[in-house]
Design a protein around this ligand. Structure first.
Ligand SMILES: [Zn+2]
Length: 246
């Protein structure tokens, strides 16, 4: 038995998508469903594109994918917006209220879903600045099964030790298929949990090309017996259970 609970699995991969765009509905989830794979969509609960396509996201949830909380106001560090009012200027109470308000709106999209995970907007995990900076990871630990942040390029999560409230993700924006496959191949060979972060698929912002994405999906479908491909909550639950048992 290895860290993922099945002798056959050498590692795990969670495919995660941020923000809830139209091109994710069109290009990200149907190829996964067709191949019997599931992923996680982190919805930014107040975003117009998400609100307007609520039923489409409900259908995504109904076909086995995970809906995740990506906050209500999507507050990031001031450097992202070039103005004040970002994470440096809010309190822990503000951020807790925001994530709970988002949860209230997201719950009806996946009414059957038992466990929820959170993705830190812009991968920022603290509020305040300087000597008053405070981590909000403990709030994510309090309200969610797991939280997804960003990690150093080329590193996966070690199931035995990773902080489930701040699981490391690897940004795939602008990556080609061979680089994504190489990362998965190498890191799962070292028994890691690899969390890939996508924004657009075939979009016009930060994007991965559709061909590259499909090649990754085909590769993962072929490796299904060796690599556990599952949403964040599924892998987090498995990791937590195994840690408890040992
Ligand atoms: Zn985002």
């Amino acid at each position: 038995m290895n860290s993922f609970g099945e002798a056959a699995w050498r590692g795990a991969v969670s495919l995660t998508f941020d923000d809830g765009t139209d091109n994710q509905l069109q290009y990200a989830f149907p190829p996964l469903t067709e191949r019997g794979l599931t992923g996680t969509i982190y919805l930014h609960a107040r975003d117009r594109a998400v609100v307007e396509r609520k039923e489409d996201w409900m259908a995504v949830a109904a076909s086995g994918h995970e809906i995740g909380n990506h906050s209500l106001a999507h507050i990031c560090a001031n450097n992202f917006s070039d103005r004040r009012g970002g994470l440096e200027d809010v309190s822990l109470d503000d951020i807790e209220a925001d994530m709970l308000a988002a949860q209230k709106r997201l719950q009806p999209i996946a009414p059957e879903q038992e466990s929820w995970t959170f993705a830190y907007p812009c991968a920022c995990t603290s509020v305040g600045e300087g000597q008053n900076r405070q981590s909000y990871v403990p709030l994510v630990a309090k309200h969610f099964l797991a939280g997804r942040g960003w990690g150093e390029y080329g590193f996966g999560n070690t199931p035995e030790y990773t902080d489930l409230a701040n699981v490391w993700g690897i940004r795939t924006d602008r990556m080609g298929a061979f680089e994504m496959i190489g990362l998965v191949e190498e890191l799962t060979a070292r028994n890691k949990w690899v969390v890939l972060i996508f924004h657009d698929i075939s979009g016009d912002r930060i994007t991965v090309a559709r061909d590259d994405y499909l090649m990754l999906c085909d590769y993962l479908a072929r490796k299904k017996e060796e690599i556990l491909v599952a949403p964040m909550a599924h892998v987090a639950r498995r990791v937590a259970e195994i840690r408890r048992a040992s």
